[in-house]
Design a protein around this ligand. Structure first.
Ligand code: FAD
Length: 472
C-alpha cells in the first residue's frame, strides 16, 4: 500500500468526489493557493450528476441542468469560471397529457383551450369544493395538493408525473414534503402569473424558482463548468485523480487522518491531508468509515433510499422536432417521464444543425425491469415511445446511446414518505419500513448528521438528503 503524505506540515486538503460540490470547494482552495488532492471514482469524467456526456460530437446532460440561483454570489461565481461561455436562455417547457400540450408555467388561454370549457368549469368547481371542504390535517401529498388545487387539477397536473418520478402512489408521499417543495406555488399565483402582465421580482429571493422563464446554461452543457475547474486545478498542479474509489475513511480522536482508495489497476493507496472534504453520497461515506460508525448511525445511513434514473439519448434526422427545452410527459400510456431537446438548451450541443438529439428520462428502481434491460432494448423502447407520442417517426432515429454512467450513478435520494393511513398498505419493497415513516426517518437522518458533525469529516458538502433541483 503506497502512502501519499501532505507536504511539510502545510495545509493540504483532500476532496472526495469531483462533482459540483467537490469542485466548487476545490476552486475556492485554488484561489487561496492551498494544495488540494481531488479523488474521483469515475475513470475520466468530472461533474457528477451535472456532467455532460459526449457521443460522436453530440453532447447531453443526465437530465437538463438549469443554472439559476437566488444567491447572487453563486451566479457571480459561475460567471467568474465560464465568462462569456455562460449563455442566457429562455425557457419553453410544456406538459404532454392525453395527446395535448399544456404550457408550463400555465397560460390561461392555452389551458382553457386544451381542457375545453366543460373540463375547465369542472376544475374550478373542484377547486372551490376543495377550499370549502379541505381535508383536515392532510397526511399525504395527494391530500395536500388536492386541498391546494382541487382534485381534478391534481389528477391532471400532479398525480401521474409525480408517480412516475417517485415510483410510489401520491398517497404514500408525505404532505410535509409537498408543502416544502410546492410551498411558494398556489393556484392564485399560477392564475395571476397567467393572466396579468408579469411583475418583475424586486429581488432574486422573490423569484419562484419553478416559474422562472430565463436561466443560464454553459455553451457546451453543465459539464463544461466542472471541466473548466478541473483544468484550472491541473494548471495549478492539483489534477483530479480519476478512477480512485474511496474504500476507507480512517479517523481517530474525532478527526479524519487519511483516506484509502482503490486505483484502476486494483492497487490500494492512502492519501493523508490536514483537512478532508467529502461530497460522496452520505450512505457511502458512513459505510466506509474506519473504525466503523456506531450501529445506529450505520443503520440510519443504510435506510436512506434512492430513486434511480436512466437517460437515453436518441439522435434524430430532423432539424426541428419540437421547440421546447424539455417536455414533461404526464401521459400514463408511456413510461418516459421527461424529454430533453439539448439543441434548444444550446445549439453547440449538436455537431450538425440539421440533426437533433433528444434525451428521454426514465425513472426506475435499481434491479427493476427498466434497470435490468440491455441498452438495445432501452433504445428500442425510447424510439417506440417517441413514435407513440407523435414526436417523430421511428425511422428518423439514426443512433441511440445509453451512457453507462447514467445508469450507474444517477441516484436521486428518495423523498419523505407519508405516514401510512390506516388500511393503506405501503407498496414498494424498497421503501417498506415499519412504523410511522416520516418521523422515524427524519429522526434517523438527524442521528447520522449529528454524529458526523460532532466527528470526523472536516467538511461534508453537496446534496444528498433531499432532491431540490430546479427542474419543475
Ligand atoms: C435529472 C437531474 C436533473 C437535475 N437538474 C438540475 C438543475 O436543473 N439545476 C440544478 O441546480 N441542479 C440540478 N440537478 C441536481 C444536481 O445535479 C446536483 O445537485 C449536483 O450534481 C450535486 O453535486 P454533488 O457534488 O453534491 O454530488 P454529485 O453530483 O453526485 O457528485 C459526487 C461525485 O462523487 C463521486 N463519488 C461518489 N462515490 C465516490 C467514491 N466512493 N469515491 C470517489 N468518488 C466518489 C461521484 O462519481 C461524483 O463525481 C439535477 C439532478 C438530476 C439527477
Amino acid at each position: 500500500m503506497g502512502t501519499l503524505i501532505a507536504e511539510g506540515g502545510r495545509k493540504h486538503v483532500v476532496i472526495m468526489g469531483a462533482g459540483p460540490a467537490g469542485l466548487t470547494a476545490a476552486y475556492e482552495l485554488f484561489k487561496h493557493e492551498i494544495p488540494v488532492t481531488i479523488l474521483e471514482k469515475d475513470p475520466h469524467q468530472v461533474g457528477g450528476l451535472a456532467r455532460t456526456v459526449e457521443h460522436k460530437g453530440y453532447r447531453f446532460d443526465i437530465g437538463g441542468h438549469r443554472f439559476f440561483s437566488k444567491n447572487e454570489e453563486v451566479e457571480a461565481l459561475w460567471t467568474e469560471i465560464l465568462g462569456d461561455e455562460m449563455l442566457n436562455r429562455g425557457r419553453l417547457s410544456r406538459i404532454y397529457y392525453r395527446g395535448r400540450f399544456f404550457a408550463y408555467p400555465i397560460k390561461a388561454a392555452n389551458a382553457l383551450w386544451n381542457l375545453g370549457p366543460i373540463e375547465a368549469v369542472r376544475c374550478l368547481a373542484s377547486y372551490a369544493w376543495a377550499r370549502v371542504h379541505p381535508i383536515k390535517n392532510p397526511r399525504s401529498l395527494e391530500d395536500w395538493v388536492r386541498n391546494q388545487f382541487g382534485w381534478r387539477l391534481f389528477s391532471i397536473f400532479f398525480k401521474t408525473y409525480t408517480e412516475k418520478v417517485w415510483g410510489i402512489s401520491t398517497k404514500e408521499l408525505s404532505a410535509d414534503w409537498a408543502a416544502q417543495r410546492i410551498k411558494s406555488l398556489d393556484l392564485w399565483l399560477v392564475i395571476r402569473s397567467a393572466l396579468l402582465p408579469r411583475r418583475k421580482a424586486k429581488t432574486r429571493g422573490e423569484v419562484v424558482t419553478t416559474l422562472i422563464d430565463k436561466f443560464r446554461y454553459p455553451r457546451f452543457g453543465p459539464g463544461q463548468m466542472w471541466e473548466r475547474v478541473a483544468e484550472i486545478g491541473r494548471k495549478k498542479g492539483s489534477p483530479v485523480l480519476f478512477g480512485q474509489s474511496i474504500d476507507q475513511v480512517i479517523h481517530e480522536d474525532g478527526a479524519v487522518t487519511s483516506v484509502v482508495v482503490r486505483t484502476p489497476r486494483g492497487e490500494v493507496e492512502e492519501h493523508t491531508g490536514t483537512h478532508f472534504i467529502s461530497s460522496i453520497p452520505i450512505r457511502e461515506l458512513i459505510a466506509r468509515l474506519d473504525p466503523p460508525a456506531p450501529e445506529a448511525v450505520r443503520r440510519a445511513a443504510e435506510s436512506l433510499s434512492y430513486r434511480d434514473f436512466i437517460s437515453i439519448a436518441l439522435m434524430i434526422d430532423r432539424a426541428d422536432v419540437f421547440p421546447d427545452n424539455w417536455i414533461y410527459i404526464h401521459d400514463p400510456s408511456v413510461k418516459v417521464g421527461r424529454i430533453q431537446n439539448f439543441k434548444n438548451w444550446s445549439p453547440d450541443m449538436v455537431p450538425d444543425q440539421t440533426k437533433t438529439c433528444l434525451g428521454l428520462e426514465y425513472f426506475c428502481f435499481e434491479g427493476d425491469g427498466l434497470w435490468t434491460s440491455d441498452d438495445a432494448a432501452l433504445i428500442a423502447l425510447a424510439t417506440r415511445e417517441l413514435a407513440q407520442l407523435g414526436i417523430c417517426s421511428a425511422d428518423q432515429v439514426f443512433d441511440g446511446v445509453v451512457p453507462g454512467a447514467c445508469r450507474r450513478d444517477s441516484r436521486i435520494p428518495a423523498v419523505t414518505l407519508a405516514e401510512p393511513a390506516p388500511g393503506r398498505p405501503q407498496r414498494h419493497a424498497q421503501v417498506q419500513q415499519p412504523g410511522p415513516l416520516d418521523d422515524d426517518r427524519a429522526a434517523r437522518g438527524a442521528e447520522h448528521r449529528d454524529w458526523l458533525r460532532a466527528r470526523p469529516v472536516e467538511g461534508e458538502c453537496g446534496r444528498r438528503v433531499s432532491r431540490r433541483h430546479q427542474g419543475r
